[in-house]
Design a protein around this ligand. Structure first.
Ligand SMILES: *Cc1c(COP(=O)(O)O)cnc(C)c1O
Length: 380
């Protein structure tokens, strides 16, 4: 080919780089709001962050790591994987860390989904699953839920020979509902061995139900199950971006091939390892959550609002479908008072708000404000 032939493109040739088809089908993820009006004290209850912050040991490790930011981190994040493995009784070689569990959820789709393959998740499932599947060129398939809870039969009915990955948040965000271990096992038993079951246990630390399991045993028993976890919720390190995955050796091997060689920063490795070791800090946060999850659920219900039973660190509040009393009205009312909850229209729940369990002060403030809102809207 001559130079001039090459520099004269055919008329139909695109004039700009074109992304793969799935990329533009993705609605960009919209994070929880974090702004209150000028001069109003902000209580951010929109992203399921802990009111306790991280362990002081994690903060000290982060500060220490700031002294050598010019050095590349350990690409295997060994210290962090070992701290995780020690706390959970796992083999550190089967743990992979990521820049938040979001990175791992995306890497799994990148590794196992080819264009044309299907990825399955539930009606009100975490939005990142759809993004991960579409970004990999796959086709998202959505299974309906029953009573805002994942439905194993509905999931299994939607499995086809093209199903490569099934994402299930357990407990789920934004509903707070969960499936007991026997239902997870029934789901797994009904899946083809060629489909990877991803158990996203971002809120596992908060769950106190006896019939719940985060998934470690199932990962040990099966070849096609992984469990993902995060430091963003009860560990209070959302800003550092730390997630981890426990999986079968072949899956771990694939992830270690496709992940960025230094996907975890040095400060994240150091702070995460200390946070994992500080059990006492977590116990305090979990105990506070148990008390307030119940008080908030009861308190909001006593105002005449419906609350979905939650086992996580947030509650889903449903509003009346009446002018002036809808979720959007409540959202505006609360935000004006510095109480920022999460609108969940993008999750197919246009008339609900998700509230993170906050500090005692924040929780009381929301209960009082919601009470005022209901009274004000009742009297027009
Ligand atoms: C918050 C959350 C995560 C954690 O995301 P990170 O990337 O680790 O911050 C994962 N899954 C669900 C369902 C969540 O709500």
């Amino acid at each position: 080919m001559t130079r001039s032939a090459r520099s004269t493109p055919p008329l139909a040739e695109p004039l700009a780089p074109a992304p793969r088809a799935g990329a533009l089908a993705i609605d960009p993820y919209v994070p929880g709001k974090s702004k209150a009006p000028e001069g109003v004290r902000l209580h951010k209850l929109s992203s399921n962050e802990t009111p306790f912050g991280p362990s002081p040991r994690a903060i000290a490790a982060f500060r220490e790591a700031a002294g050598h930011l010019e050095v590349y981190p350990d690409g295997t994040a060994r210290a962090l994987r070992e701290a995780i493995a020690r706390a959970h009784g796992l083999d550190p070689a089967r743990v992979v860390c990521g820049a938040g569990s979001d990175e791992l959820l995306s890497l799994l789709a990148a590794a196992y989904v080819e264009p044309g393959d299907e990825g399955l998740f539930t009606e009100h499932g975490f939005l990142v699953y759809r993004i991960a599947i579409l970004a990999a060129g796959g086709t998202p398939v959505v299974a309906p839920e029953t009573s805002l809870t994942a439905d194993v039969d509905a999931l299994l009915e939607r499995v086809t020979e093209r199903t490569r990955i099934v994402y299930l948040a357990n407990p789920n965000n934004p509903t707070g509902t969960y499936l007991p271990e026997d239902e997870i096992r029934r789901l797994h038993a009904g899946l083809p061995k060629t489909a990877l079951l991803v158990l996203d246990a971002a809120y596992a630390e908060y769950v106190r139900a006896n019939d719940y399991a985060a998934g470690i045993e199932l990962v040990d028993e099966a070849e096609n199950v992984v469990m993902t976890r995060t430091f963003s919720k009860v560990y209070g390190l959302a800003s550092l971006r730390i997630g981890w995955l426990y999986g079968p050796p072949p899956v771990v091997d694939v992830l270690n091939r496709i992940r960025g060689p230094f996907n975890m920063s040095g400060p994240a490795i150091a702070a995460g390892a200390e946070a994992m070791a500080d059990r006492g800090h977590i116990d305090v946060a979990v105990a506070h959550n148990a008390v307030w999850l119940e008080r908030l659920t009861d308190g909001v219900r006593s105002l005449g609002l419906e609350v979905t039973p939650s086992v996580a660190n947030f509650v889903l509040i449903h509003f009346p479908d009446e002018p002036g009393r809808r979720a959007s009205d409540a959202d505006a009312y609360l935000t004006a008072r510095g109480l920022v909850l999460r609108a969940v229209g993008a999750y197919g729940l246009p008339n609900a708000l998700r509230m993170t369990v906050g500090s005692e002060e924040a929780n009381q403030a929301v209960l009082a404000a919601l009470s005022d809102f209901m009274k004000a809207s009742a009297h027009g």
